[in-house]
Structure formats: structure tokens, C-alpha cells
Design a binder for this molecule. Structure first.
Ligand SMILES: [Zn+2]
Length: 273
């Protein structure tokens, strides 16, 4: 059995037995289904859905509506699976405010090009590093790239913090029934684009902290599979090897790996993160 630790599915609420009223359709479990935008929608009778999709002329409104609903449900699942938290769900490339700041415009431009050219970056396994002080909008742009590749190109993506990877692996050592470390690394390697956020936020305790070797393992696995990774860090590029190991730092730079420097001061009070 595959156990997902990082890849979420929509929450279900107020589930109850329901009859749609059409003769021959069995009772089904109707739920409110969590939507990425924060709203909730009611699930529909599976027999009605099947009927509309496969047993109704393709030019009928009923069929077209069912096809549209299936596409919307799939997109909702893919967006929730990214792990983007409600706080960052409204973050898009166009909602990132640069003003006249040339450095911000440059960071936005690098991120926009990465998202729009993702097909090529995926083929090359090309990484992107967003580096700069906390509170400069790095997570905003990383989430914006994820949403863009899921919405516009149908790719799969996931954002996790370095700390959450360490925590999940620590839990796996204590818990025999949950996912193993191998399961966790396989899951992180499974998506088209992985964003590792908050790398270097927590200082590494020499000899005691296995976060750097763990992050190295994740980055190296994705490198072997030629899958791109976005790394978000408040550290300087030259110090990154302390937090992910020297070989992983090289992996990210290989193959024209991109760097977007966030060189301005924190704007936490302005609402960016
Ligand atoms: Zn029905």
C-alpha cells in the first residue's frame, strides 16, 4: 500500500448517505469537498455522472457539464496535492508586486521564465534556487510557479519545508505502521516539480543533525531521475553546501541551474513572505 505523507487529497466534510431519486441509482456517500480556493462543493451521484459521461450524446449539455466537472475536480485535486497552504493560495506571478525595484523585477522575470518554460526545464532536470533573506517573497514566487505549471500545463508539483522532511523521517523511525524513509523519499521524487522551502532556516547541529544528508538524498534522487527541484533558502549561495551537502549543491548548479537572488531587505510588515 502506498502511504502519502506529503501529497494531500481534498478534505471531505458532512458525509451522509444520499439517494439522487432516479430509479435504479443506489444510495451514495455525499460529502462536501474542500476546494483549493477555500470553498466547498457537494459531490454528485456516481451513477448520474457515469450516465452523463458515457451514455449521453456528446453534444448534450448534460454530457458537456459532466466533462467540465470532471476536469475541475481533477484540477482541484492536483492543486491541493501541491501542499500550498491557504496563506499562499492567492499568490500568483501577476500578484507579485515589484514596483520600480529592478532587483525584484529581475527575480520575478527569472521565476516567470522558469514557469513558462517548464517543459524544457523538466526535460533537462534543471533546478532553480531562490535565495535571499526571510520576508523577501521567495515562497510567494515558488508557490506561483507551482500553481502555474499545474494549472496551465497539467504537471504535478509539491512544496515541502526542509523541516517537514526531517520530521517525517524522524516519525518514520518511531512508527512501524507509517511510511518508511524509502517511501518518503520515493514520494518526494514522484512529482514533476518539487519545491524545498526554508532550507537553512534552522541552524545545523554538527554531527547530530541529519537534515543535510537527508536533503542531499532527496536532491540526488531527483537528479538521478532528471527531475527539477526548486530550492528556497535564506542562506547565501556559497554557504548552501553546509545545509544540503557539497554534492547536492553542485547537482543544483549543473546543467545551467538557475539562481534568482532576492537581495533586498525583508518586507514582512508589507505582507510578503
Ligand atoms: Zn443518480
Amino acid at each position: 500500500m502506498t502511504v502519502s505523507k506529503f501529497i494531500m487529497t481534498p478534505e471531505l466534510a458532512e458525509t451522509r448517505e444520499k439517494l439522487c431519486g432516479i430509479p435504479g441509482h443506489l444510495a451514495f456517500k455525499q460529502s462536501l469537498v474542500e476546494q483549493f480556493d477555500g470553498s466547498w462543493t457537494l459531490s454528485t451521484c456516481p451513477a448520474c455522472r457515469w450516465q452523463a459521461l458515457y451514455n449521453t450524446p456528446k453534444d448534450r449539455d448534460e454530457h458537456l457539464r459532466a466533462v467540465k466537472e470532471v476536469a475541475e475536480e481533477r484540477l482541484n485535486q492536483d492543486l491541493i496535492a501541491t501542499g500550498i497552504t491557504p496563506r499562499f493560495r492567492k499568490c500568483s506571478l501577476s500578484s507579485y508586486v515589484t514596483g520600480d525595484d529592478k532587483a525584484k523585477q529581475r527575480a520575478l522575470s527569472i521565476c516567470r521564465k522558469y514557469a513558462e518554460g517548464f517543459e524544457g526545464h523538466l526535460e533537462a532536470g534543471r533546478a532553480l534556487m531562490l535565495m535571499g533573506e526571510i520576508g523577501t517573497g521567495k515562497t510567494h514566487l515558488a508557490c506561483a510557479i507551482l500553481q502555474c505549471i499545474v494549472r496551465n500545463h497539467g504537471f504535478s508539483g509539491l512544496i515541502v519545508t526542509a523541516e517537514s522532511i526531517t520530521q517525517a523521517v524522524t516519525d518514520s523511525f518511531r512508527n512501524n505502521s507509517g511510511p518508511t524513509k524509502t517511501d518518503l523519499i520515493n514520494e518526494l521524487a514522484s512529482v514533476d516539480l518539487l519545491v524545498i522551502d526554508e532550507v537553512g532556516v534552522h541552524s545545523v547541529r554538527a554531527g547530530k543533525d541529519f537534515t543535510p544528508s537527508l536533503l542531499h538524498e532527496v536532491i540526488d534522487r531527483r537528479y538521478q531521475l532528471i527531475k527539477p527541484t526548486i530550492l528556497v533558502s535564506n542562506q547565501k549561495p556559497d554557504d548552501l553546501h553546509n545545509f544540503i551537502g557539497p554534492r547536492a549543491a553542485d547537482r543544483l548548479r549543473e546543467n545551467e541551474g538557475l539562481l534568482a537572488p532576492f537581495t533586498w531587505k525583508s518586507a514582512r510588515s508589507g505582507g510578503l513572505a
